[in-house]
Design a protein around this ligand. Structure first.
Ligand SMILES: Nc1ncnc2c1ncn2[C@@H]1O[C@H](COP(=O)(O)OP(=O)(O)OP(=O)(O)O)[C@@H](O)[C@H]1O
Length: 317
């Protein structure tokens, strides 16, 4: 049986802004096995990135994790001190951002940044250089890249460097937050191929954060669909591909362009909820074509409709 590397239990995250409290993540639970890729999918503002930050216990201010447990290799990271957290970030759990400059300092050579990152995690200088070389090659770059400044590299190369750093200490979990969104289509595929290859080679576990359900179904092992901070549906990729149940998942799927079938996409109408003042009942009801009176009043629980397939909809069955 595959071992579980990450368990998230009943996670709640809020942003306490001057104009009100934003309920960004509401009661989210999931787990991740070694070698698994879980895609977190949803429209802009659904809480995906906030989950990514929460997994490293670095939700930016004015945000705060108000409830929940995040067990990484059995340790609740929400109970760790700032110093303990600094040690595990990058070594036990790491993150790759949409924009590589979130990780890379534009003013310093890749070599110096990479070595410093490794040394901060207790690796001595000689070993650090060895590891940097090894992982730069593992992501398909040549050693010459180490002597470059970030601006001398293409977007795809910079993202490869970020990935090399993120996997160099063999973390249990890598969070990839829209890792290909800023790249052109050809490079997007190359980077996703690289991530799939790393997952296979190192049995790494990935959380892939994406707005793109097609990408999730193509690459991930399991998919969690978020809307307004809540999980709407969660299942293995294979199960979801053949049996989408939640009206929101279906709407996301229908909005994907289908060039081959030449069908016109049906877009979701209406807007995502205001998370300062979310609608009562099912958070999706104002945009749901099937909403009934019950949906306007009662929040549906996330229920397991078949083994490992969870849906939050009164009409799931
Ligand atoms: N630093 C912040 N301060 C205040 N509100 C925030 C902050 N970051 C996120 N939010 C709010 O929290 C909610 C969830 O945002 P989050 O960025 O997690 O969603 P997302 O699904 O990742 O969207 P996107 O794809 O646009 O990044 C949104 O309503 C957003 O406006």
């Amino acid at each position: 049986m595959l071992s579980t590397v990450l368990i998230v239990k009943d996670l709640w995250v809020k942003y306490f802004t001057s104009s009100g409290v934003i309920n960004a993540v509401s009661g989210v639970s999931f787990s991740l096995s070694r070698g698994e890729m879980l895609a977190v999918v949803g429209e802009s503002g659904s809480g995906k990135s906030t989950i990514g930050y929460a997994l490293l216990n670095m939700v930016p201010k004015p945000g705060r994790i108000v409830k929940g447990e995040i067990l990484l290799d059995g340790v609740n990271i929400l109970k760790l001190s700032e110093e303990e957290l600094r040690k595990i970030r990058g070594s036990k759990i790491s993150i790759v951002f949409q924009d590589p400059f979130t990780t890379l300092d534009p003013l310093r050579k890749i070599r110096d940044q990479f070595i410093e990152f490794l040394m901060e995690h207790g690796i001595d200088k000689n070993n650090a250089l060895k590891i940097a070389r090894e992982y730069i090659e593992a992501v398909g770059l040549t050693e010459r890249v180490l002597d470059s400044y970030p601006h001398q590299l293409s977007g795809g190369q910079k993202q490869r460097v970020s990935i090399a750093m993120a996997i160099s200490l063999n973390p249990s979990v890598v969070v990839a937050d829209e890792p290909t969104t800023a790249l052109d289509v050809v490079v997007q595929k190359q980077i996703m191929d690289l991530i799939s290859d790393i997952k296979r080679r190192y049995s790494s576990s990935f959380i892939l954060i994406t707005h793109d359900l097609a990408l999730a179904l193509e690459r991930a092992d399991s998919v969690m669909v978020m809307y307004g901070g809540y999980v709407m549906e969660m299942a293995s990729k294979n199960e979801l591909a053949k049996n989408m149940v939640h009206p929101y998942t279906k709407a996301l799927f229908e909005s994907l362009p289908r060039i081959k079938q030449r069908t016109l996409p049906k877009y979701l109408t209406g807007y995502p909820p205001d998370l300062r003042n979310p609608p009562p009942g099912c958070i999706f009801h104002p945009r749901c074509p099937f909403a009934s009176e019950k949906c306007r009043i009662m929040k549906p629980e996330l229920v397991e409709i078949s083994k490992g397939h969870f849906v939050a909809c009164h009409f799931a069955r």
